[in-house]
Every structure is written in C-alpha cells, then in structure tokens.
Write a protein that binds this ligand. Structure first.
Ligand code: PBG
Length: 316
C-alpha cells in the first residue's frame, strides 16, 4: 500500500517528455488606442490588447516562466501596399517598446507578414491582375522587419511564405547593423483551415481567393523538408512547422533531418476546438491540453507557440 503512493513518482522518473514553461511562446494580438482589452469570441480566454495594457500582461507571462511572446498587430488603417506594417507608431512597434521598457528579460518576437496590413488581406504585394508579386513583397517585408528591429524586438518571425525571403531579410538586417538579430522562419507553413479563428482575431482574412499560391499543400511532407532546407541555407536561425496537431509527422521529419531549433505553432483552430468541446463538457480540458502539448514536444518541437501557454504554465 505504501509503495503504491510512489507510483506517480516512479512514472515521472521514467517519463521521456516534459513540457516546461520555457518551451512555450505566447502569441499576443495588439490593437491601436489605449485601455483596450477586448476578449475574442472565437478564442475564449484570449484578448486583444492596446500597447498600454501590456506591462501587466508581459509581467505575468514572464513570471510564469514562459520563454517569450509573439506579437501580431491590428493596425489603424489598411491600404493596398500594407504601409501601416512599417509605421514607427504602429501597434507592434509600440508594443515592442512598452514590453522592452517594462520586462526587458522577456523575449519579444514579431510576426512579419503583410496580411494584417493590406486592404486585400494577402500576405504580400498584389499586381493589378490580383497575383502576388513575390519580389515586390520582399521589399515591403524588409521595411516591416527593419521597423520591428529598430523598435527593439529580439527576433523576427516571417510568416508570409514568399520565396527567398529569409536571404532577403537577413541581408536587409545585416546592412542596417542588426547582424545579431535572429530570424525564426515559418518554414513549413501549410494552407490550413486551422487558421480560421486567427483571421477573425487579426482581421486578416483574404478579401478574395486563398493563400494556396504561397502556403504549402497539406498532403506534402517532402516539400516541407525542401522548404526548411532552403530557409536554413538562406540564414534562418530557428525554423517552424505550422500548424502542429495534424502535422506531427512533419515536425518529426524536420527534427530528424536538421539540427537547428525547431518550433511548432499550435494554431488558433487547434485552440478553439479544445475550448469549444470543453465548454460543452465533452472533454477534460486540462488533460487534453497537457496531452496535446506533450505530443507536439514528443514529435520533436523544441518550442511550442501556443495560446494555451499561460493557462498551462499557471497549472504547473
Ligand atoms: C499571418 C499568420 C497567420 C497565422 C500566423 N501568422 C494566418 C494565416 O496565414 O492566414 C495563423 C496563426 C493561428 O491560426 O493561430 N500570415
């Protein structure tokens, strides 16, 4: 009987995978204005904040031992060029400064993409006939990247999936003296239905068409290897697979082939499905979240970007 009490201890002793707060990155949606904390209907527990509300949030995230935050901006204005993406007073630029002023130890990563800033909602520059112009997109992404770097971010994470962007952004950063600023590349990013709630949160749904010309086709894994290989060759310091749950084999394949740090993005749809089922009492949320995050780590992710980060860390 007494020996039975050590059962959990024994189990822990031989456990192969542990998810720790320092493995987690917490995404944050930043809006303009002040005093804003706006709960998202399709992502229960997640809010959009104005920059002035961030000191409190950042302190809490840091206190929980979470590795860092990933910032997304919802700008005041959108235009064809997505010029608000490189506005020095934009929400992300402001947020970086506020967090670095109040919680300098917290790693601040910024998502670099045009879809939140363009009136058409695509991730790059559109020509008159509605095609994404890869090379002009790179110029805009470089402006956005540099504006985040100048505001003081610790790492940039391009999520646009344009060809050649890592080399282009690396060079742009180096030329401006940001030689030590690392790049985490959304290297294998699939054209997924799991981004649904995010597009509401970030107001970034494409006005027409889809992202299939620049994001990957879900059935492909060899292509993911090629994308990761290219991004590493172009200078990516960390690489990412996104989404996570339906792509655990991709995480594993990337892990086995490459030795750079690997992140997996446990995306909005993955989060909201769990929340919705838990609200109905159909699943045990805590156990499901632990099992999911553990599965993603066991598959090979060194870092997990997840909206569950705070609640998971709070429970530990
Ligand atoms: C921007 C971007 C998206 C996500 C992260 N960066 C949306 C998209 O590609 O449509 C999705 C994140 C999530 O669903 O949680 N390109």
């Amino acid at each position: 009987m007494r020996r039975m009490r050590a059962k959990e201890g024994l189990r822990r002793m031989v456990r192969e995978t542990h998810v720790l707060p320092q493995d987690l990155i917490y995404p944050l949606f930043i809006v303009t204005g002040s005093g804003v904390e706006e709960p998202l209907v399709s992502m229960p527990g997640i809010s959009r904040y104005s920059a002035d509300r961030l000191p409190e949030v950042a302190r809490e995230v840091h206190k929980l031992g979470i590795a860092g935050v990933l910032l997304f901006g919802i700008p005041e204005y959108k235009d064809h060029m997505g010029s608000s993406a490189y506005d020095a007073d934009g929400p992300v630029q402001k947020a970086i400064k506020v967090i670095k002023d109040t919680t300098p130890e917290l790693v601040v990563i910024t998502d670099v993409c045009m879809c939140e800033y363009t009136s058409h909602g695509h991730c790059g520059f559109l020509t008159d006939d509605g095609q994404v112009d890869n090379d002009r997109s790179l110029q805009m992404l470089a402006k956005e990247t540099l504006s985040h770097a100048k505001a003081g971010c610790d790492m940039v994470a391009p999520s646009d999936m344009m060809d050649g962007r890592i080399a282009y952004l690396r060079k742009a950063l180096d030329v401006e003296g940001f030689t030590n600023l690392p790049i985490m590349s959304y290297a294998a990013k699939y054209a997924s239905a799991f981004y649904g709630p995010f597009r509401e949160a970030a107001e970034s749904a494409p006005a027409f068409g889809d992202r299939k010309s620049y994001q990957m086709d879900p059935p492909n894994v060899r292509e993911a290897i090629r994308e990761v290989e290219l991004d590493i060759a172009e200078g990516a310091d960390l690489v990412m697979v996104k989404p996570a749950m339906a792509y655990m084999d991709v995480i594993r394949a990337v892990k086995e082939r490459f030795d750079v740090p690997l992140a997996a993005y446990n995306v909005s749809g993955e989060y909201s499905m769990v929340k919705a089922a838990a609200e109905r009492g159909w699943i045990d949320e805590e156990r499901i979240v632990t099992e999911l995050l553990t599965g993603i780590k066991r598959a090979g992710a060194d870092l997990i970007i997840t909206y569950f980060a705070c609640e998971f860390a709070r429970r530990l």
